[in-house]
Design a protein around this ligand. Structure first.
Ligand code: FAD
Ligand code: EPU
Length: 337
């Protein structure tokens, strides 16, 4: 497979940052990937790229970018309650959701329209509208970079948490995810309790609830507040929603009665970072072509020619101001390269 040199990564990241990679190659089969790894110079920096929708490039990448093009979606097993579907890591995530909706398989409808590829879905345990990947995850196969061997990971192996997995921490940069098997419900359980789903279903005039109507409601809500990366460069939420002790939340409530928080099962409280950022006056603020989105303050955007460093510097300014005003430290969700 051809390796291109000095390649612009602009088409490969939804932030639309103009940077270059020293080299870039796409792999379409596991054998092609193994050959690329086998032939690469020792210690050459390497980056696996899916849809590039959770990455901020702050400089040129002085190494090899591997574009994952492993395709295929297949039903691999079935029992009384579940159908097990295996998808190649290079499949588009929403394409996989549509595959399930067309076959009336439940569990992914609340995760409709999340950009990116299947292979990155376990990286940060993608989540939206009350559902996370961990809720439908069965297993995945990944290639260990050190010895080119394929390994199977179970739910427990992945150590999923809120926007977290073992691949972001203990096993960071050690594996390339090849495919993921999900467990979908034959008899869907509808989850409409989160956010504005009920309200949107009413607005749509839905009488008979189905996974298809829930998917459409989620799509409508997402389109109404999140910027489309084809129009304005962005990577979704730039920061995670931070969790704080209940006592600290109670103190903050006294000074900021409108503060938005949700109780976690462990008693801590998850704050809406978008609220903290909006209340600090950042919503709609622009620094050149880098900005804080006018409809969703948690999303940082590139209006055209922002550099990754400008976006990063804006994120640092925001982070510092939240720390000063609320005593809360935000953590970036987007992967900084
Ligand atoms: P990339 O950005 O290409 O990669 C992300 C990270 O994973 C990188 O570190 C990369 O090296 C690594 N990686 C990618 N593929 C592999 C692989 N096969 N093996 C090993 N490592 C790999 N996320 C949510 O959780 N919920 C949302 O609701 C949500 N909404 C979004 C809305 C918008 C408009 C946008 C732009 C983004 C949103 N995101 C959301 C973030 C993003 O869509 C997800 O994180 C998605 O899973 C990223 O997929 P990707 O293929 O684009 O990953
Ligand atoms: N809010 C504001 N101002 C804003 C934005 C939000 O006050 O500008 C407050 C509102 O009170 C709102 C609350 O924050 O009720 C929550 O906002 P929203 O429902 O838009 O969700 P979010 O917490 O901002 C999270 C995820 C999204 C996911 C949605 C829906 C994180 C970091 N983000 O956003 O995921 O789609 O919930 O489940 O957890 C992503 O990870 O990239 C992403 C987009």
């Amino acid at each position: 497979m051809p390796i291109q040199q000095n390649v612009s990564l602009h088409p490969f990241n939804t932030m639309a940052i103009e940077v270059k990679a020293r080299s870039l190659a796409a792999f379409h089969t596991i054998e092609e990937l193994q050959e690329l790894l086998h032939n690469r110079p020792a210690k050459e920096p390497m980056l696996i790229l899916g849809g590039g929708s959770n990455i901020l490039f702050t400089k040129d990448f002085d190494g090899l970018v591997l574009k994952n093009e492993l395709k295929g979606i297949h039903v691999v097993d079935e029992d009384d309650n579940y159908v097990y579907v295996k998808a190649g890591a290079g499949e588009n995530w929403h394409g996989f959701v549509e595959f399930c909706l067309q076959r009336n398989l439940g569990g992914v409808e609340n995760l409709s329209l999340i950009p990116g590829n299947v292979g990155a879905s376990p990286m940060q345990n993608i989540g939206a509208y009350g559902v996370e990947i961990k809720d439908i995850f069965q297993e995945l196969q990944a290639l260990r970079i050190s010895d080119n061997k394929i390994q199977l990971f179970s739910l427990n192996d992945c150590a999923f948490g809120y926007r977290e997995s073992v691949f972001k921490h203990k096993l960071k940069d050690q594996y390339i995810i090849l495919n993921v098997t999900y467990r979908l419900r034959k008899h869907p359980l509808y989850n409409t309790s989160y956010g504005a789903i009920e309200q949107e279903l009413q607005h749509m005039g839905v009488k008979d609830l189905s996974i298809q109507t829930i998917s459409q409601a989620v799509i409508n809500i997402r389109r109404s507040k999140l910027p489309d990366p084809h129009e304005i460069g962005n990577a979704g939420s730039f920061f995670k929603n931070p969790s704080i002790p209940a006592t600290q939340y109670a103190t903050l409530q006294q000074s900021f009665p409108g503060i938005v928080g949700y109780k976690n099962p462990d008693g801590t409280v998850k704050l809406a970072a978008g609220w903290l950022i909006e209340q600090s006056g950042w919503k709609g603020v622009r620094r050149g072509d880098a900005g804080c989105h006018a409809k969703q303050a948690l999303v940082l955007v590139n209006y055209g020619n922002a550099t990754g460093k400008q976006v990063y510097d804006l994120s640092e300014e925001i982070l510092q101001s939240i720390k000063t005003k609320f005593g809360v430290t935000l953590e970036r969700e987007v992967n900084i390269v």
